[in-house]
Design a protein around this ligand. Sequence first.
Ligand code: AMP
Ligand code: FE
Ligand code: FE
Ligand code: ZN
Length: 281
Amino acid sequence: MREIDLHVHTTASDGTCAPAEAVKLAADSGLRAVAITDHDSAHGYPEAALAGAALGVEVVPGIEISTKFGRSVHILGYYIDPLSPEIKPVLDWVVQDRDERNKKMAALMAADGLPVSYEQMHERFGEVIGRPHFARVLVELGLADSVNDAFDKYVEKGRKYYVGRTIFPIERSIEVIRAAGGVPVLAHPFQYRLDDAGLRELIEHCLESGLQGMECRYSGYDTDMTAYLLRLAEEYRLLPTGGSDFHGANKPKISLGSGISGELAVPYEYLERLKEAAGSF
Ligand code: AMP
Ligand code: FE
Ligand code: FE
Ligand code: ZN
C-alpha cells in the first residue's frame, strides 16, 4: 500500500522543493505521512510540520548523515531531537566542514573565470550546500546539460571541481542518533554495490553501534530486491523502512511517494513500528 514516504530532501539541503511544497506534494499524492530527511540538517522540519498540520499529513522529523564503511554509506535518523547536546555539536561540525569544502569548490570555479562565489551560493541556496547546488549552477552557466551531466563532468570524485570533505565515522553517526533519541536506519543498501557477504558485514558492523532499521523499499528497487532486503531485515531484527529519496529537480526521475516508475509503495505500518522504537507515541 502506498501510504508514506520516509526519505525526502528539501531546500534545507539539496532538494529543490521547499519543505512546505514537499508536504503539499505528499498530500496531493494521497500520502498519510512523509519524513523530511535532509543531509546533515533538521532545519526543514518546522516549516514542514506546519504545512502538515494544515494539510492533514503526518510529518516525521528525520536526517541523513553521510558516513563511510570502505565506501560512502548513508545513515538515516528518525525522531532525533536536533537540539540535544549529543547531536547538535556534531551536526554543526559536519555543516562547518562541508562549508570549508564549499569555499574551496567555489574558489576553483572562480579561478577558472566562472561567475561563482561562496557568498552568492549561500545567499541563494541557504545553509547546507552540496555538490548538487554547484552542479545546478554549472548547468545554468551552460557547461552541462543536466545536474547528472554536471556531476559526470565536473563535481564527481576525480573531476576538475571536486573537493572532498571529512566524513563522519559510521559508528559515531549511529551512536549520536541513538543518543539524541532517534532511530538509526541504514539507507538504500543496494547503492553501495556490495555482494551478500559485503552487505552482511556492513549490517553486522552497524548493529554493534546500535542500528535499528534498514531501508528496504526505495526508488528503483524491484520486487526481488525488496524481498531480499526484507528477508535480511527480518533475519537481523531490523525495522524495515522505505522512501523515495526525492530531491525535486536535482533527481528529476524520482517522484515523491512512488519512485521512478510507480514501483515504490511504503505501508503506514512501517511508520507505526518506527514510532514504537522511538518511543515517541
Ligand atoms: P556532497 O554531500 O555535497 O558531497 O554531495 C553528495 C550528494 O550529491 C549526494 O547525497 C546526492 O544527493 C547527490 N548526488 C550524487 N551524485 C549525483 C548525481 N549524479 N546527480 C544528482 N545528485 C547527485
Ligand atoms: Fe542528496
Ligand atoms: Fe542517501
Ligand atoms: Zn537521501
